[in-house]
Design a protein. Structure first.
Length: 220
């Protein structure tokens, strides 16, 4: 199935700003799998124009999930267990909060004039991760890629599936806007790690696997 679901991604007409989370949940792969799931594209929907997404291949008959960034496989690959369910989560953040400058108009003896109204280019950050959710029990997310992109387009297209031959089942797909916050922490002696803001729900503690990788907001 090629381009089974596509939609424009933008923020109130001003373009890609803040951060977005795109989640394909309950993903299970079949015996013949080749394509891209949960991908963001600029221009024509093809691998070369994929800003970020999950490339699915089956070299030697075994399914492999690889992060696709700017049309190139980057980061680490992941081998899902047959029969298990997974969430493929893509997070992207844009450095600029305003992607279109205000337009101003004036008139004089020579006619009307328009100033501003141009698009602003901006870099961004991308995280692609896989989480096993088999049996309703969420394991710790596995980060396949965490890095930056030089140019995050102001308007993009999301394609849940982009493939000519991909056997899989997907239980849900969700896009949520997370606001302008993008948290990076650097522990002593370690490297920079991206974290997410969260408020623990009742019955879920900050130490649970389902909430691994979050920075928590606690009420006094």
């Amino acid at each position: 199935m090629r381009n089974a679901l596509t939609a424009g991604v933008y923020n109130e007409g001003t373009g890609n700003t803040g951060s977005l989370v795109l989640e394909a949940g309950g993903v299970q792969f079949g015996s013949s799998t080749q394509g891209v799931i949960n991908g963001l594209y600029y221009g024509v929907i093809n691998v070369a124009n994929c800003l970020a997404g999950f490339q699915i291949t089956q070299p030697g008959g075994a399914t492999v999930i690889s992060p696709l960034v700017n049309g190139v496989v980057s980061g680490s690959s992941f081998s899902p267990v047959a029969g298990h369910l997974y969430t493929l989560r893509l997070r992207i953040s844009c450095n600029e909060m305003q992607r279109v400058l205000q337009s101003y108009n004036s008139i004089d003896d020579t006619g009307t004039h328009t100033y501003g109204g141009v698009y602003l280019s901006s870099g961004g950050n991308v995280v692609l991760e896989v989480q096993d959710t088999t049996g309703g029990v969420a394991s710790s997310p596995v980060i396949l890629y965490s890095g930056s992109v030089a140019n995050a387009p102001a308007a993009m297209t999301v394609a849940l599936i982009n493939s000519a031959s991909l056997q899989c089942s997907i239980a849900s797909f969700e896009i949520s806007q997370q606001g302008p916050v993008w948290v990076v922490i650097t522990p002593p002696g370690g490297g920079a790690v991206v974290r997410r803001w969260a408020r623990p729900r009742r019955g879920r503690t900050a130490g649970s696997n389902a909430l691994a990788g979050f920075v928590f907001i606690q009420q006094p």
